[in-house]
Design a protein around this ligand. Structure first.
Ligand SMILES: *[C@@H]1O[C@H](CO)[C@@H](O)[C@H](O)[C@H]1NC(C)=O
Ligand SMILES: *[C@@H]1O[C@H](CO)[C@@H](O)[C@H](O)[C@H]1NC(C)=O
Ligand SMILES: *[C@@H]1O[C@H](CO)[C@@H](O)[C@H](O)[C@H]1NC(C)=O
Ligand SMILES: *[C@@H]1O[C@H](CO)[C@@H](O)[C@H](O)[C@H]1NC(C)=O
Ligand SMILES: *[C@@H]1O[C@H](CO)[C@@H](O)[C@H](O)[C@H]1NC(C)=O
Ligand SMILES: *[C@@H]1O[C@H](CO)[C@@H](O)[C@H](O)[C@H]1NC(C)=O
Length: 658
């Protein structure tokens, strides 16, 4: 990194007012003036530039034709302790750049509340990339897709129920402006021409695939990016490689690039970009090395040979390439998004992506195939590839039932419930993630099994139904709309609703969570609901249930064991904590925490993901490590977890209907 005074001086280049602002320098003493002059001279002598050369169809870096071979990595999907390891492996593969998204919802959890600390410290991540010797292609959105909750947009935007996201809707733009006025000034000194390593910045993301096609919105973003980042930086867009997709995605002043996976005919694949940019470098901003997985679908893979061949073809014609993903990582917590293709498709916790670096950051055969292709075109650094991180199979850990969720309500939901005639959404009561309990009473006697019904898409996304505390079945957004119940008038009816991730792509992405429509029992519309906002994560990270004394465990008569329920267990780590994978044999569906860290969702009864990645960084070498799980649908007879050395990501048990 360059010293601070140089940085701030250089950063004035992109600022049209810098001469006026620099005027007070005349009042400084002569020594300082000389110093500044010295910096100015040395700086103009070695001017750092990054531009588009439209005559020679290349980027031009410090005056030389330049082409990047880049890989995508998301700091928000990798524990911060491992950032450097992954970046080093990318550098050793022969990449000269990385491409990084910035998820707005990760950094602004509440309107006006910003978080750039710890695992959200993007500046440290960018410093590490610079230390390792990698340039950066920054993709700050505001929309990023990325199979991330709501494509990176904060769910609190939905408090305006009619907001038109990704358009010049005034509420949306106001929120975008205040977010980017926090983010972009942090990025400005990091631009290449200002002494940093960011060579280019993407505006929006695949906007041409969005229905709104609002050029005023794109123009607004263009002005905003120029205001904050200056006139020099290369700004670009990325779209699918068809004229249709590029039509609404591109804008005068933004360099149009495309994305596509391995294809047989590269010239043809770039034809659409050439149509929109007759001159300038060819750029594939997302060359797919693999693909994501959905719960209930088969695991996606892409052969190393095919990926390597496609890369070779692009490099041979001089194209710039970013591989998406190079390191996929993990959707920890509740961050995974969902797609909507005729039906709702939630993305798995693992974002391994069959990428060249595995979920755990281990080099794969695909990585070595890619390295050997790159070495035909660029100098690949000498020296060994850093090895896979050591794994350990900690074995079997018994898990004991702590209590049923509805018996822990006093702890989980310390405030009185919200009372409402008809159900409200999560967003209405400002809980954006996780679980909410909806409670009412049966309005009639249901001696015979009676249908409890939701409308199509009335439950976002899963509703676990209980009568008098006994689990009856699960309503599923667009596949299970009825659960049969019996009971008496006045019996307690609970529906625990789980948010499985907001839609991240497409039109229907004002994706409110909770009971978003009425529920009926027979011909009755249920009313007089109580909504309990559940604060599970805060509680578990504060040591619940181990450190909690006042829990009550009322025993239900005649019922052995029902769900949703919490289970816990402990295990010791012999020696240095290592990465591991937890399998939950016989368990159905739920959420896992270790030492208060939310490792994400499991859905063993569906697959294809059967193990959850547990980074060694969250384990303790001395204290007992605490596992907590919330099982939603059904625990096995013998309740234990099994730590393995290897992941199982390809075991689809039940293919999703539809
Ligand atoms: C690839 O596509 C281009 C443009 O469509 C075409 O001219 C060329 O013949 C194709 N090459 C092969 C090998 O099919
Ligand atoms: C998923 O894999 C199974 C087993 O290989 C196969 O029978 C099934 O057709 C596949 N499903 C899809 C949708 O490809
Ligand atoms: C639920 O039913 C009530 C009573 O019929 C009605 O007023 C309300 O609009 C319904 N809610 C929704 C979301 O349709
Ligand atoms: C696990 O819980 C126990 C009991 O509350 C506590 O003493 C211990 O510190 C916890 N372990 C870790 C690693 O936090
Ligand atoms: C409780 O468990 C026992 C033994 O597994 C079983 O025989 C019995 O039917 C169960 N009772 C209920 C109410 O599920
Ligand atoms: C899953 O992957 C493992 C390891 O790559 C492989 O051995 C196994 O055959 C695969 N199973 C299925 C069902 O594809």
């Amino acid at each position: 990194m360059v010293a601070e005074p140089v940085k701030s001086f250089q950063s004035k280049r992109g600022d049209p007012d810098w001469r006026r602002r620099a005027a007070p320098a005349a009042l400084m003493d002569w020594k300082l003036q000389l110093l500044l002059l010295h910096f100015f001279l040395s700086f103009t002598a070695s001017e750092k530039t990054f531009e588009i050369d439209f005559n020679n169809n290349c980027f031009r870096k410090d005056g030389q034709c330049f082409r990047y071979v880049s890989g995508s990595i998301h700091y928000f999907r990798v524990p911060p302790e491992y950032w450097k390891d992954r970046l080093l492996k990318m550098y050793m593969t022969g990449l000269n750049a990385i491409q990084v998204y910035v998820p707005w919802n990760y950094h602004e959890p509440q309107p006006g509340v910003y978080n750039f600390e710890g695992d959200r410290n993007i500046e440290i991540f960018l410093d590490l990339a610079a230390d390792v010797g990698l340039l950066v292609i920054l993709r700050p959105g505001p929309y990023i897709c990325a199979e991330w909750d709501m494509g990176g947009l904060p769910a609190w935007l939905l408090q305006n129920q009619n907001i038109i996201l990704r358009s010049s809707d005034s509420d949306y733009l106001r929120a975008v402006d205040s977010w980017l006025s926090q983010l972009l000034p942090r990025m400005k000194p990091r631009l290449y021409q200002n002494g940093g390593n960011i060579i280019s910045v993407q505006v929006e993301n695949e906007y041409g695939s969005y229905f709104a096609c609002d050029y005023n919105y794109m123009r607004h973003l263009y002005k905003l990016f120029r205001n904050f980042l200056g006139d020099q930086v290369v700004l670009f867009t990325t779209d699918g490689n068809s004229d249709k997709e590029l039509k609404c995605g591109t804008l005068q002043g933004l360099y149009a690039t495309v994305d596509f996976g391995p294809v047989p005919n590269i010239t043809q694949a770039f034809a659409a970009q050439r149509h929109f940019e007759p001159k300038g470098p060819l750029v594939n901003s997302e060359y797919y090395t693999g693909w994501l997985d959905y719960w209930g679908s088969n695991h996606s893979t892409s052969s190393p040979e095919k990926v390597a061949q496609g890369l070779y073809d692009m490099l041979e014609i001089g194209a710039n390439v970013n591989m998406y993903m190079f390191e996929g990582g993990t959707n920890f917590g509740y961050w995974s998004g969902a797609d909507y293709k005729n039906k709702y498709l939630p993305v798995t916790t693992s974002y391994d992506y069959d990428a060249p670096l595995s979920e755990a950051g281990d080099p794969t055969d695909k990585l070595f195939s890619i390295r050997s292709v790159i070495s035909k075109f660029l100098d690949v650094p000498h020296g060994p590839m850093p090895p896979a991180t050591p794994k350990f199979a900690y074995g079997l850990v018994p898990l004991k039932k702590i209590g049923e969720l509805i018996d822990c309500l006093d702890d989980l939901s310390p405030y009185p419930p919200v009372k409402t005639p008809y159900p409200l959404s999560f967003e209405d009561i400002k809980q954006y993630f996780g679980f909410m309990l909806y409670r009412t009473r049966l309005p009639i006697d249901a001696w015979n099994p009676t249908p409890l019904m939701s409308s199509l898409n009335g439950v976002h996304d899963l509703g676990y139904v209980l009568v008098n505390g006994v689990y009856k079945g699960t309503l599923e957004r667009d596949s299970v709309l009825m659960v049969s119940v019996t009971g008496r008038k006045g019996d307690q009816l609970d529906i625990l609703v789980e948010n499985m991730g907001r839609i991240n792509f497409g039109e229907s992405f004002n994706d409110f969570k909770g009971l978003v429509d009425n529920i009926t029992l027979g011909s009755y519309i249920l009313n007089n609901w109580e909504m309990y906002s559940l604060n599970i994560d805060t509680l578990i990270s504060a040591g619940w249930p181990e450190k909690w004394q006042h829990m009550r465990h009322p025993k239900k008569k005649g019922v052995n064991s029902t769900v949703p329920a919490f289970y816990s267990g402990t295990f010791l780590v012999p020696g240095f904590p290592r990465d591991t994978y937890l399998k939950l044999p016989g368990w159905s569906k739920g959420q896992l925490w270790i030492n208060g860290f939310n490792l994400g969702r499991y859905w063993s009864s569906r697959g294809p993901q059967k193990t959850l990645f547990v980074p060694g960084t969250i384990l303790d070498a001395i204290l007992p490590n605490n596992i907590t799980i919330l099982e939603l649908q059904g625990a096995p007879k013998e309740t234990y977890g099994l730590f393995l050395e290897r992941p199982i990501l390809n075991d689809t048990v039940q293919e999703d209907r539809g």
